[in-house]
Design a binder for this molecule. Structure first.
Ligand code: 5GP
Ligand code: MN
Length: 347
């Protein structure tokens, strides 16, 4: 598998040109930071510095403390301090909106030039130069091609940030977005100095005792609908508080309901502060969870999406579970109909 991706490489021109022309660039990720966001931000920041630019890696929130091993993490700016006056912002892994940029949004208003690189097909555009490519498994994949278009050599540091981005957005190469190209990119990053075992240990296998004990409690509350097709787990604000953990430390939990045999839609409800519920949605094969998330003001991908509800945890669970139950039912009915008409045709 060759690394060449002409459709992307050709469309990166205006973005690379705009970055070459800017001097002071803030690279921004999204709220509820994940490692695709932070890894992509750090990788592009390191590349811009290598070009001699003044650059700041910015995140609306710092994410989980065990991401601190990432090269450049100590330089992350949280929010939009007054002293930070960029002439361009490069927004990664999300569309450019106040909702998705949270407390980093004022930087967008300060900057004259707005650049955007993303892989969400819910991205509605609005940048001065942008590339949105939903076929990329992670924004980190697109940053790989951008760094190359900028003529910056792939250092072990940049490679580590991109590997973290790709590894996590593909669920360790398990999700349906993993392609031959994803694996070829990962291979190139390993050749550039990334140690896969080291990365996996840091990202997945470094949890505190308190985290594991809390996980045990949360697992014992797994729930599912009667048909077993929708399963969910929830975290109250007090759960993390009592365990001495930050809500941001408790991430990735949606994998547990998703693992259950027969589950089509998996949900995680996390009360990040009292009355504010972050919902993660995942589907296995046929339900469009981005559409469900959008109905609650969120967005994302076909198989991985999110939204935020306010009010009680119980009410949020009731509403979202019901929407998923209905979506599953619609798809099953549609599938039966297709199966029946196909059967008739064959007969
Ligand atoms: P997660 O469940 O991991 O937080 O998010 C899954 C996917 O949905 C990610 O690609 C994330 O960027 C996207 N996503 C999560 N929450 C939101 C939201 O509130 N709005 C939009 N537009 N996308 C979201
Ligand atoms: Mn992403």
């Amino acid at each position: 598998m060759s690394l060449a991706w002409p459709e992307v490489e050709q469309r990166l021109g205006p973005l690379a040109e705009a970055l070459r022309g800017a001097d002071r660039i803030a690279v921004l990720g999204h709220v509820n930071a994940d490692l695709d966001s932070i890894g992509s931000v750090l990788a592009l920041h390191l590349a811009l510095e290598a070009m001699g630019k003044t650059s700041w890696p910015v995140t609306p929130d710092p994410g989980a403390p065990y991401w601190a091993f990432l090269p450049g993490y100590d330089r992350l700016v949280v929010g939009a301090p007054e002293w930070l006056q960029p002439d361009a912002v490069a927004v990664l892994d999300t569309e450019i909106s106040p909702e998705r940029l949270g407390q980093a949004w004022p930087l967008v208003e300060r900057a004259g030039l707005r650049l955007n690189l993303d892989h969400h097909d819910t991205n509605r555009g609005g940048a001065d130069a942008a590339l949105v490519e939903p076929a990329a498994a992670a924004t980190g994949e697109l940053v790989f091609y951008l760094v190359s278009a900028l003529g910056v050599p792939l250092t072990p540091q940049i490679a580590a940030c991109l590997y973290a981005a790709i590894l996590t957005d593909t669920g360790s190469f398990r999700y349906a977005n993993t392609t031959a190209r994803t694996l070829a990119l990962a291979s190139a990053l390993v050749a550039a100095g990334v140690e896969p075992h080291e990365m996996a240990t840091r990202i997945y296998d470094t949890r505190s005792w308190a985290y594991m004990k809390l996980l045990g409690r949360l697992l014992s509350r797994l729930e599912r609908t009667e048909d077993g097709k929708v399963a969910w787990m929830w975290v109250r604000h007090e759960d993390t508080l009592d365990a001495g953990l930050l809500p941001s430390e408790v991430e990735g939990l949606v994998q547990y309901p998703r693992m259950i045999e027969g589950v089509e839609v998996a949900l995680l409800f996390k009360e990040v502060e009292p009355g504010v519920i972050r919902v993660s949605l995942r589907s296995q094969r046929f339900v469009d969870v981005a559409a469900i998330a959008r109905a609650f003001g969120g967005g994302g991908h076909l198989r991985a999406a999110g939204c935020t509800l306010t009010g009680s945890l119980e009410k949020a669970m009731e509403r979202v579970v019901e929407a998923c139950r209905q979506a599953v039912r619609r798809e099953v009915v549609a599938g039966d109909r297709a199966g029946a008409s196909q059967g008739a045709g064959e007969g």
